[in-house]
Design a protein around this ligand. Structure first.
Ligand code: PA5
Length: 399
Protein backbone atom coordinates (compact mmCIF):
# COMPACT_ATOMS: atom_id res chain seq x y z
CA UNK A 1 0.00 0.00 0.00
CA UNK A 2 1.09 3.58 -0.72
CA UNK A 3 0.12 6.68 1.22
CA UNK A 4 0.56 10.31 0.26
CA UNK A 5 0.76 13.47 2.31
CA UNK A 6 1.22 16.53 0.12
CA UNK A 7 -0.11 19.03 2.62
CA UNK A 8 1.23 18.76 6.19
CA UNK A 9 4.64 20.25 5.39
CA UNK A 10 3.81 22.19 2.24
CA UNK A 11 0.41 23.87 2.33
CA UNK A 12 1.63 27.22 3.62
CA UNK A 13 3.74 27.51 0.44
CA UNK A 14 0.83 27.61 -1.98
CA UNK A 15 -2.52 29.26 -2.18
CA UNK A 16 -5.46 26.99 -1.39
CA UNK A 17 -7.79 28.72 -3.80
CA UNK A 18 -5.30 28.27 -6.60
CA UNK A 19 -4.95 24.62 -5.65
CA UNK A 20 -8.74 24.16 -5.77
CA UNK A 21 -8.90 25.91 -9.15
CA UNK A 22 -6.32 23.56 -10.66
CA UNK A 23 -7.71 20.53 -8.90
CA UNK A 24 -11.14 21.17 -10.41
CA UNK A 25 -9.55 20.78 -13.87
CA UNK A 26 -8.56 17.18 -13.17
CA UNK A 27 -11.02 15.61 -15.62
CA UNK A 28 -9.85 17.91 -18.39
CA UNK A 29 -6.25 16.74 -17.93
CA UNK A 30 -7.24 13.08 -17.64
CA UNK A 31 -9.11 13.37 -20.93
CA UNK A 32 -6.15 15.15 -22.49
CA UNK A 33 -3.83 12.36 -21.33
CA UNK A 34 -6.19 9.70 -22.66
CA UNK A 35 -6.17 11.36 -26.08
CA UNK A 36 -2.39 11.16 -26.36
CA UNK A 37 -1.00 8.71 -28.89
CA UNK A 38 1.85 7.81 -26.53
CA UNK A 39 0.06 6.15 -23.65
CA UNK A 40 0.62 2.53 -24.58
CA UNK A 41 2.10 2.18 -21.07
CA UNK A 42 -1.40 2.44 -19.59
CA UNK A 43 -2.68 -0.52 -21.65
CA UNK A 44 -2.64 -4.15 -20.49
CA UNK A 45 0.36 -6.23 -21.54
CA UNK A 46 -0.41 -9.29 -23.67
CA UNK A 47 -0.38 -12.71 -21.95
CA UNK A 48 1.64 -14.42 -24.72
CA UNK A 49 4.36 -11.79 -24.33
CA UNK A 50 4.55 -12.50 -20.60
CA UNK A 51 5.03 -16.22 -21.21
CA UNK A 52 7.60 -15.52 -23.96
CA UNK A 53 9.55 -13.32 -21.52
CA UNK A 54 9.47 -16.00 -18.84
CA UNK A 55 10.60 -18.72 -21.25
CA UNK A 56 13.40 -16.52 -22.57
CA UNK A 57 14.55 -15.73 -19.02
CA UNK A 58 14.69 -19.47 -18.26
CA UNK A 59 16.68 -20.03 -21.46
CA UNK A 60 19.19 -17.35 -20.39
CA UNK A 61 19.51 -18.71 -16.85
CA UNK A 62 19.97 -22.28 -18.05
CA UNK A 63 22.54 -21.51 -20.74
CA UNK A 64 24.66 -18.55 -19.66
CA UNK A 65 26.73 -17.23 -16.74
CA UNK A 66 25.31 -13.74 -17.08
CA UNK A 67 23.26 -11.34 -19.17
CA UNK A 68 24.85 -8.16 -20.51
CA UNK A 69 22.37 -5.36 -21.09
CA UNK A 70 23.32 -2.58 -23.48
CA UNK A 71 21.09 0.48 -23.21
CA UNK A 72 20.92 4.03 -21.92
CA UNK A 73 18.29 6.35 -20.42
CA UNK A 74 14.82 4.85 -20.54
CA UNK A 75 16.23 1.70 -22.08
CA UNK A 76 18.06 0.62 -18.94
CA UNK A 77 17.14 2.70 -15.87
CA UNK A 78 13.81 1.01 -15.07
CA UNK A 79 15.08 -2.54 -14.68
CA UNK A 80 18.35 -1.39 -13.14
CA UNK A 81 16.61 0.71 -10.48
CA UNK A 82 14.07 -2.00 -9.75
CA UNK A 83 16.67 -4.72 -9.34
CA UNK A 84 18.84 -2.52 -7.13
CA UNK A 85 15.88 -1.70 -4.89
CA UNK A 86 15.63 -5.35 -3.88
CA UNK A 87 19.30 -6.35 -3.95
CA UNK A 88 21.08 -7.53 -0.84
CA UNK A 89 23.73 -5.04 0.31
CA UNK A 90 26.37 -7.70 1.01
CA UNK A 91 25.20 -11.04 -0.26
CA UNK A 92 23.69 -10.67 -3.70
CA UNK A 93 22.70 -14.14 -4.91
CA UNK A 94 20.70 -12.97 -7.93
CA UNK A 95 21.42 -14.03 -11.51
CA UNK A 96 24.19 -11.75 -12.71
CA UNK A 97 23.25 -8.88 -15.00
CA UNK A 98 25.94 -6.51 -16.23
CA UNK A 99 24.86 -3.14 -17.58
CA UNK A 100 26.86 -1.45 -20.35
CA UNK A 101 26.15 1.34 -22.80
CA UNK A 102 25.94 4.28 -20.42
CA UNK A 103 29.59 5.20 -20.68
CA UNK A 104 32.25 5.72 -23.33
CA UNK A 105 34.96 5.13 -20.75
CA UNK A 106 37.78 3.07 -22.30
CA UNK A 107 38.77 1.88 -18.84
CA UNK A 108 35.25 0.54 -18.23
CA UNK A 109 34.96 -1.16 -21.61
CA UNK A 110 38.47 -2.59 -21.45
CA UNK A 111 37.83 -4.06 -18.00
CA UNK A 112 34.40 -5.30 -19.08
CA UNK A 113 35.89 -7.10 -22.09
CA UNK A 114 38.50 -8.75 -19.86
CA UNK A 115 35.83 -9.78 -17.37
CA UNK A 116 33.57 -11.18 -20.13
CA UNK A 117 36.46 -13.08 -21.67
CA UNK A 118 36.07 -15.80 -19.08
CA UNK A 119 32.27 -15.79 -19.10
CA UNK A 120 29.67 -17.41 -21.29
CA UNK A 121 27.38 -14.42 -21.75
CA UNK A 122 24.19 -13.47 -23.52
CA UNK A 123 23.80 -9.95 -24.91
CA UNK A 124 20.53 -8.02 -24.82
CA UNK A 125 20.75 -4.74 -26.71
CA UNK A 126 17.84 -2.42 -25.88
CA UNK A 127 17.23 0.66 -27.99
CA UNK A 128 13.88 1.89 -29.23
CA UNK A 129 15.39 4.04 -31.97
CA UNK A 130 18.25 1.66 -32.67
CA UNK A 131 20.33 4.76 -33.39
CA UNK A 132 21.65 5.87 -30.00
CA UNK A 133 25.37 6.63 -30.27
CA UNK A 134 26.54 5.19 -26.93
CA UNK A 135 24.43 2.04 -27.35
CA UNK A 136 25.61 1.46 -30.92
CA UNK A 137 29.29 1.84 -30.04
CA UNK A 138 29.03 -0.53 -27.07
CA UNK A 139 27.07 -3.06 -29.12
CA UNK A 140 29.70 -3.10 -31.86
CA UNK A 141 32.53 -3.59 -29.34
CA UNK A 142 30.79 -6.40 -27.44
CA UNK A 143 29.45 -8.08 -30.56
CA UNK A 144 32.97 -8.11 -32.00
CA UNK A 145 34.08 -9.86 -28.82
CA UNK A 146 31.41 -12.51 -29.39
CA UNK A 147 32.37 -12.80 -33.07
CA UNK A 148 35.93 -13.64 -32.08
CA UNK A 149 34.54 -16.72 -30.31
CA UNK A 150 31.52 -17.83 -32.33
CA UNK A 151 30.43 -18.24 -35.93
CA UNK A 152 27.31 -16.51 -37.35
CA UNK A 153 25.01 -19.40 -36.44
CA UNK A 154 26.32 -19.67 -32.87
CA UNK A 155 26.03 -15.91 -32.46
CA UNK A 156 22.25 -16.18 -32.77
CA UNK A 157 22.13 -18.02 -29.45
CA UNK A 158 23.92 -15.14 -27.74
CA UNK A 159 22.13 -12.04 -28.98
CA UNK A 160 18.67 -10.71 -28.14
CA UNK A 161 17.51 -7.40 -29.58
CA UNK A 162 14.77 -5.25 -28.05
CA UNK A 163 13.74 -2.39 -30.34
CA UNK A 164 10.96 -0.63 -32.22
CA UNK A 165 8.54 -2.87 -34.07
CA UNK A 166 9.22 -1.40 -37.51
CA UNK A 167 12.02 1.16 -37.59
CA UNK A 168 15.75 1.59 -37.02
CA UNK A 169 18.97 -0.21 -37.79
CA UNK A 170 18.35 -2.88 -35.12
CA UNK A 171 15.02 -3.80 -36.70
CA UNK A 172 16.85 -4.10 -40.05
CA UNK A 173 19.42 -6.36 -38.40
CA UNK A 174 16.68 -8.60 -36.95
CA UNK A 175 15.03 -8.85 -40.35
CA UNK A 176 18.36 -9.77 -41.94
CA UNK A 177 19.89 -12.09 -39.34
CA UNK A 178 16.80 -13.40 -37.51
CA UNK A 179 18.12 -12.70 -34.01
CA UNK A 180 15.73 -13.39 -31.17
CA UNK A 181 13.89 -10.13 -30.58
CA UNK A 182 11.32 -8.22 -28.58
CA UNK A 183 9.36 -5.11 -29.50
CA UNK A 184 9.07 -1.77 -27.79
CA UNK A 185 5.61 -0.66 -28.95
CA UNK A 186 5.33 2.43 -31.12
CA UNK A 187 3.12 4.19 -28.56
CA UNK A 188 5.53 3.80 -25.61
CA UNK A 189 8.52 6.12 -25.22
CA UNK A 190 11.80 5.08 -23.57
CA UNK A 191 11.25 6.38 -20.04
CA UNK A 192 7.69 5.03 -20.01
CA UNK A 193 8.79 1.59 -21.18
CA UNK A 194 9.01 -0.10 -17.77
CA UNK A 195 6.04 -2.30 -18.68
CA UNK A 196 7.66 -3.60 -21.89
CA UNK A 197 10.21 -6.28 -22.73
CA UNK A 198 12.92 -3.61 -22.37
CA UNK A 199 12.66 -3.98 -18.59
CA UNK A 200 10.56 -7.06 -18.02
CA UNK A 201 13.04 -9.41 -19.71
CA UNK A 202 15.98 -8.48 -17.44
CA UNK A 203 13.62 -8.46 -14.46
CA UNK A 204 12.24 -11.91 -15.34
CA UNK A 205 15.67 -13.34 -14.50
CA UNK A 206 15.25 -12.54 -10.82
CA UNK A 207 11.60 -11.65 -10.19
CA UNK A 208 8.13 -13.02 -10.69
CA UNK A 209 7.16 -10.55 -13.41
CA UNK A 210 3.48 -11.32 -12.98
CA UNK A 211 3.68 -9.66 -9.56
CA UNK A 212 5.44 -6.69 -11.12
CA UNK A 213 2.76 -6.38 -13.79
CA UNK A 214 -0.10 -6.70 -11.26
CA UNK A 215 1.45 -4.05 -9.02
CA UNK A 216 2.03 -1.75 -11.98
CA UNK A 217 -1.57 -1.79 -13.15
CA UNK A 218 -2.75 -1.50 -9.57
CA UNK A 219 -1.12 1.93 -9.72
CA UNK A 220 -4.00 3.00 -11.99
CA UNK A 221 -6.13 3.64 -8.93
CA UNK A 222 -3.67 6.39 -7.95
CA UNK A 223 -4.70 8.71 -10.76
CA UNK A 224 -6.22 11.22 -8.35
CA UNK A 225 -3.09 11.35 -6.17
CA UNK A 226 -0.90 11.52 -9.29
CA UNK A 227 -2.77 14.60 -10.48
CA UNK A 228 -2.71 16.17 -6.98
CA UNK A 229 1.04 15.67 -6.76
CA UNK A 230 1.50 17.27 -10.21
CA UNK A 231 -0.63 20.28 -9.24
CA UNK A 232 1.17 20.86 -5.95
CA UNK A 233 4.60 20.59 -7.57
CA UNK A 234 3.42 23.08 -10.19
CA UNK A 235 2.18 25.53 -7.54
CA UNK A 236 5.43 25.17 -5.61
CA UNK A 237 7.30 25.94 -8.83
CA UNK A 238 5.18 29.06 -9.27
CA UNK A 239 6.16 30.15 -5.77
CA UNK A 240 9.86 29.97 -6.70
CA UNK A 241 10.65 26.38 -5.76
CA UNK A 242 12.48 25.38 -8.95
CA UNK A 243 14.22 22.27 -7.67
CA UNK A 244 12.65 19.05 -6.42
CA UNK A 245 14.86 16.99 -4.17
CA UNK A 246 13.83 13.33 -3.91
CA UNK A 247 14.89 12.15 -0.45
CA UNK A 248 15.39 8.51 0.44
CA UNK A 249 16.26 6.79 3.69
CA UNK A 250 17.17 3.40 2.21
CA UNK A 251 20.28 3.40 -0.02
CA UNK A 252 18.83 0.62 -2.16
CA UNK A 253 16.47 3.20 -3.64
CA UNK A 254 19.30 5.36 -4.98
CA UNK A 255 18.83 4.20 -8.58
CA UNK A 256 15.10 4.62 -8.22
CA UNK A 257 15.80 8.32 -7.70
CA UNK A 258 18.02 8.20 -10.81
CA UNK A 259 15.01 6.80 -12.68
CA UNK A 260 12.87 9.63 -11.25
CA UNK A 261 15.38 12.24 -12.38
CA UNK A 262 15.23 10.94 -15.92
CA UNK A 263 11.45 10.64 -15.90
CA UNK A 264 10.76 14.17 -14.69
CA UNK A 265 13.79 15.80 -16.32
CA UNK A 266 12.96 14.59 -19.83
CA UNK A 267 9.20 14.81 -19.47
CA UNK A 268 8.81 18.38 -18.26
CA UNK A 269 12.14 20.13 -18.87
CA UNK A 270 11.21 21.96 -22.08
CA UNK A 271 10.49 25.51 -23.35
CA UNK A 272 12.65 26.98 -20.55
CA UNK A 273 10.26 25.46 -17.99
CA UNK A 274 10.13 22.55 -15.57
CA UNK A 275 11.36 21.59 -12.14
CA UNK A 276 14.97 20.41 -11.90
CA UNK A 277 14.98 16.99 -10.21
CA UNK A 278 17.75 15.98 -7.87
CA UNK A 279 18.13 13.53 -5.00
CA UNK A 280 19.73 12.98 -1.62
CA UNK A 281 20.22 9.96 0.60
CA UNK A 282 19.47 10.71 4.24
CA UNK A 283 21.02 10.75 6.80
CA UNK A 284 24.24 10.68 4.71
CA UNK A 285 23.58 13.93 2.86
CA UNK A 286 22.28 15.78 5.91
CA UNK A 287 25.97 16.19 6.60
CA UNK A 288 26.68 17.79 3.24
CA UNK A 289 23.77 19.27 1.25
CA UNK A 290 21.69 19.38 4.44
CA UNK A 291 23.34 22.70 5.30
CA UNK A 292 22.28 24.25 1.98
CA UNK A 293 18.77 22.88 2.23
CA UNK A 294 18.33 24.20 5.77
CA UNK A 295 19.86 27.64 5.38
CA UNK A 296 20.82 28.25 1.75
CA UNK A 297 18.92 29.66 -1.24
CA UNK A 298 15.20 28.83 -0.85
CA UNK A 299 14.72 27.36 -4.32
CA UNK A 300 13.95 23.78 -3.29
CA UNK A 301 11.14 21.57 -2.20
CA UNK A 302 11.53 17.95 -1.20
CA UNK A 303 9.66 14.72 -1.87
CA UNK A 304 10.45 12.20 0.84
CA UNK A 305 10.06 8.51 0.06
CA UNK A 306 9.57 6.67 3.32
CA UNK A 307 9.33 2.93 3.88
CA UNK A 308 7.02 2.43 6.85
CA UNK A 309 7.86 -1.15 7.80
CA UNK A 310 10.87 -3.35 7.12
CA UNK A 311 11.37 -7.05 7.80
CA UNK A 312 14.94 -6.66 9.06
CA UNK A 313 14.85 -6.04 12.80
CA UNK A 314 17.91 -4.36 14.29
CA UNK A 315 17.68 -3.14 17.86
CA UNK A 316 19.19 0.01 19.27
CA UNK A 317 18.69 0.78 22.98
CA UNK A 318 15.50 -1.25 23.14
CA UNK A 319 14.02 0.33 20.00
CA UNK A 320 13.89 -0.80 16.41
CA UNK A 321 16.53 0.97 14.30
CA UNK A 322 13.95 1.40 11.56
CA UNK A 323 11.71 3.25 14.01
CA UNK A 324 14.59 5.66 14.57
CA UNK A 325 15.08 6.02 10.80
CA UNK A 326 11.41 6.97 10.48
CA UNK A 327 11.69 9.45 13.37
CA UNK A 328 14.64 10.95 11.51
CA UNK A 329 12.51 11.38 8.38
CA UNK A 330 9.75 13.19 10.27
CA UNK A 331 12.31 15.39 12.01
CA UNK A 332 14.02 16.30 8.74
CA UNK A 333 10.68 17.36 7.24
CA UNK A 334 9.97 19.52 10.32
CA UNK A 335 13.44 21.09 10.33
CA UNK A 336 13.47 21.81 6.60
CA UNK A 337 9.96 23.23 6.78
CA UNK A 338 11.19 25.67 9.43
CA UNK A 339 13.99 26.56 7.00
CA UNK A 340 11.41 27.39 4.27
CA UNK A 341 11.79 24.12 2.35
CA UNK A 342 8.41 22.45 1.93
CA UNK A 343 8.11 18.66 1.97
CA UNK A 344 5.79 16.23 0.23
CA UNK A 345 5.70 12.69 1.55
CA UNK A 346 5.16 9.32 -0.11
CA UNK A 347 4.91 6.36 2.22
CA UNK A 348 5.52 2.80 1.01
CA UNK A 349 3.99 0.58 3.67
CA UNK A 350 6.48 -2.19 2.86
CA UNK A 351 8.98 -2.35 0.01
CA UNK A 352 7.39 -5.12 -2.06
CA UNK A 353 7.62 -5.76 -5.78
CA UNK A 354 3.95 -4.82 -6.15
CA UNK A 355 4.27 -1.56 -4.19
CA UNK A 356 7.32 -0.40 -6.12
CA UNK A 357 5.62 -1.15 -9.47
CA UNK A 358 2.53 0.80 -8.38
CA UNK A 359 4.78 3.69 -7.45
CA UNK A 360 6.36 3.57 -10.91
CA UNK A 361 2.93 3.90 -12.51
CA UNK A 362 2.05 6.72 -10.09
CA UNK A 363 5.17 8.69 -11.04
CA UNK A 364 4.66 8.08 -14.77
CA UNK A 365 1.14 9.51 -14.48
CA UNK A 366 2.28 12.42 -12.33
CA UNK A 367 5.09 13.36 -14.71
CA UNK A 368 2.71 13.35 -17.69
CA UNK A 369 0.20 15.56 -15.83
CA UNK A 370 3.01 17.80 -14.72
CA UNK A 371 4.22 18.37 -18.29
CA UNK A 372 0.66 19.15 -19.34
CA UNK A 373 0.34 21.74 -16.56
CA UNK A 374 3.53 23.35 -17.88
CA UNK A 375 1.93 23.14 -21.34
CA UNK A 376 4.82 21.13 -22.79
CA UNK A 377 4.62 17.82 -24.68
CA UNK A 378 5.28 15.05 -22.11
CA UNK A 379 6.39 12.29 -24.43
CA UNK A 380 9.25 13.73 -26.45
CA UNK A 381 12.79 14.84 -25.58
CA UNK A 382 14.01 17.04 -28.46
CA UNK A 383 16.74 18.60 -26.31
CA UNK A 384 18.55 15.26 -26.07
CA UNK A 385 19.18 15.35 -29.82
CA UNK A 386 21.24 18.54 -29.75
CA UNK A 387 24.38 17.17 -28.12
CA UNK A 388 24.18 14.15 -30.46
CA UNK A 389 24.30 16.44 -33.51
CA UNK A 390 27.33 18.21 -32.04
CA UNK A 391 29.10 14.88 -31.47
CA UNK A 392 28.33 13.75 -35.04
CA UNK A 393 29.57 17.08 -36.46
CA UNK A 394 32.78 16.96 -34.43
CA UNK A 395 33.42 13.32 -35.34
CA UNK A 396 33.02 14.17 -39.04
CA UNK A 397 35.47 17.05 -38.67
CA UNK A 398 38.17 14.83 -37.17
CA UNK A 399 37.71 11.87 -39.54
O1 PA5 B 1 13.10 8.37 -22.48
C1 PA5 B 1 13.63 8.33 -23.57
O2 PA5 B 1 12.99 8.23 -24.63
C2 PA5 B 1 15.15 8.38 -23.70
O3 PA5 B 1 15.76 8.55 -22.46
C3 PA5 B 1 15.66 7.12 -24.35
O4 PA5 B 1 15.28 6.01 -23.59
C4 PA5 B 1 17.19 7.13 -24.51
O5 PA5 B 1 17.61 8.29 -25.17
C5 PA5 B 1 17.66 5.90 -25.27
O6 PA5 B 1 17.02 5.85 -26.50
P1 PA5 B 1 16.95 4.51 -27.36
O7 PA5 B 1 16.14 3.53 -26.59
O8 PA5 B 1 16.28 4.92 -28.63
O9 PA5 B 1 18.35 4.04 -27.55
Amino acid sequence: MLKFDFFSYANSFFNCEEYNKFYSRKDYYIEKLNKSEMIGWTREIKKDLVSNLKTTAEYIKNNFDCLVIIGIGGSFLGSYAFKKAFSSYFNDQSFEIIYAGTTLSSKYLDELLKCLNTKNFCLNIISKSGETLETKITYKILKDALKRKYNEEELKRHIIITTDKFNGSLREEINKVQYKSFEIPKDIGGRFSFITAAHLLPLALNFDIEKIIDGYYDGKRLIDQGYQYAVIRYLLFKSGKYIENFCIYEENLYYFTEWLKQLFGETEGKNNLGIFPTSTIYPRDLHSLGQFIQEGNKILFETHIKITNVKNYVEYNGKSLHFINNILEESVMKAHYKGQTPSLEIEIEELTVENLSSLIYFFELASAFSAMLFEVEPFNQPGVEIYKQEVKKSLKEVS
